[in-house]
Design a binder for this molecule. Sequence first.
Ligand code: TYD
Length: 212
Amino acid sequence: MRDGPGRLITIEGLDGTGKTTLATALGEALTARGLPVTLLREPGGVALSERIRALVADPGARIAPHAEALLFAAARAQLCVERLVPLLDAGRWVILDRFVDSSLAYQGGGRELGVETVAGINRVATAGCVPDRTLLLRLDRETGRARLADRGEASDRMERESDAFFARVAATYDALAADDPRRIRVLDAGRSPDEVLAAALDELADLLAIDA
Ligand code: TYD
């Protein structure tokens, strides 16, 4: 739990699990309870980080795994300094679509850099900013793929990775959740958006009770 009045809630999971839908719905639900909410996403959220987002998404870019981890960390460092820490210090509830766990899962697991290596890079990037709660959306890869196909967008550089890559990402997310069940709560993302929102609010009940 953070010392200050702000709260940081992060949303994690594979592409196509409904992170953005949950972030939006959760933002509305918390705002309706009178809480001061800000929605942010990674990579992005501030100008420099949006430029890095475009770079890492570019299918034409050649990026070595450790360079990729450093780029995501650089985007995160700027977001933390420029927006995240000031918002939390001002007492806001920040709902953040992806954070350090994405790097641990995608670069640590998917790219096989190792969770510890990537965690080390991110300790520098985040300067001690840790989520109060992380909601991990879990969905089988087939359903996730089908949802991405329904969106009809061209795949970005990450989305073109192999099934084995995404299996490593999913396994790393599961291992992170098993290691830190107090912070990371797993939600079955195969349900309707309303059901996922209700489950998310259940997992935040203790934070909401304290701050009510
Ligand atoms: P995301 O915002 O979920 O993609 P979109 O909005 O296009 O669906 O994230 C972009 C991609 O970046 C996604 O494939 C996951 C990847 N990613 C990492 O590999 N490491 C990271 O640290 C972050 C934040 C994202």
